[in-house]
Design a protein around this ligand. Sequence first.
Ligand SMILES: NC(=O)c1ccc[n+]([C@@H]2O[C@H](COP(=O)([O-])OP(=O)(O)OC[C@H]3O[C@@H](n4cnc5c(N)ncnc54)[C@H](O)[C@@H]3O)[C@@H](O)[C@H]2O)c1
Length: 287
Amino acid sequence: MHHTDIHHIAVIGAGTMGAGIAQLAAQHGYQTLLYDVNRDVLATAHERISYFINRLAEKGKLSHDEAAQSIARLRVSSDLDDAATAQFVVEAAPERIELKQRIFKDLEARLSDEAILASNTSTLSVSEIAAATDHPERVVGMHFFNPPALMPLVEVVAGSESSEQVVETTIALAKALGKRPVRTQDTPGFIVNRVARPFHLEGLRLLEEGVADIETIDRIYREAGGFRMGPFELQDLIGIDINYAASQSVYEAFDHAPRFEPSERQRQQVASGHLGKKTGRGWYGDE
Ligand SMILES: NC(=O)c1ccc[n+]([C@@H]2O[C@H](COP(=O)([O-])OP(=O)(O)OC[C@H]3O[C@@H](n4cnc5c(N)ncnc54)[C@H](O)[C@@H]3O)[C@@H](O)[C@H]2O)c1
């Protein structure tokens, strides 16, 4: 399938990522079906997407007509059969391998043989998801970043069985959605979550060893490292539990390589329940 043959995109899961990806697809001219098992989530996502698109029109980034058309292109549904006519699917359901494998099987039973099935997984193996299907060559990774409507990067992940055509079409589609795709092999953490490990873990080690306090470490990353944020302020933004889970997942996938060993100090912080901005307090006090 060529990317110009794609007119209808289905997004599976209407949470943080799925809602943003659906917004992006509808805004870029695709008939978009947003599916979730939870109707309340769907209703909230629908409202939120319309709100964001209308705001773009108010700011003059879209005409009012374009905004209305974008919103009209979006449908939400809790019936997976409604995804059957999609030529391209992006799955953004919870990060659990059995769940994703089941969704891909269910999709395969409904969609045409040519349809491309992409997963937005951050840490799971695309090849392992694909292994549950009869046609693993049409399964690919399409890893967006949060928030998907704004972040330019997309990692396109070639699974061990993904066909070259499927990878190329996914790259072309990412470009058609206004993104800057990079191609990566199906390796734990892909590129971004892998390079992010030493960034976070070394900061945590400095803290654990008592070399400096949180504020100083963040400041040195910013001022000497040239990063926009240090590891502690960034973890407060991402969610410390999410960051810890990413470390655990990469550590497991690399057979407990010492360089990826998760931080005990971070584990304790997760156990304290102070997870960052989303709980009002994280490494830093009231947020
Ligand atoms: N949050 C991030 O920053 C981020 C960034 C990149 C990639 N991801 C990946 O994107 C995926 C989704 O993450 P999220 O943060 O949007 O999660 P989320 O929890 O916000 O949303 C997941 C949604 O999936 C729905 N769901 C549950 N079971 C389902 C099923 N069987 N079929 C369809 N939908 C189902 C839930 O109701 C929920 O609305 C994960 O694989 C995650 O690793 C997340």
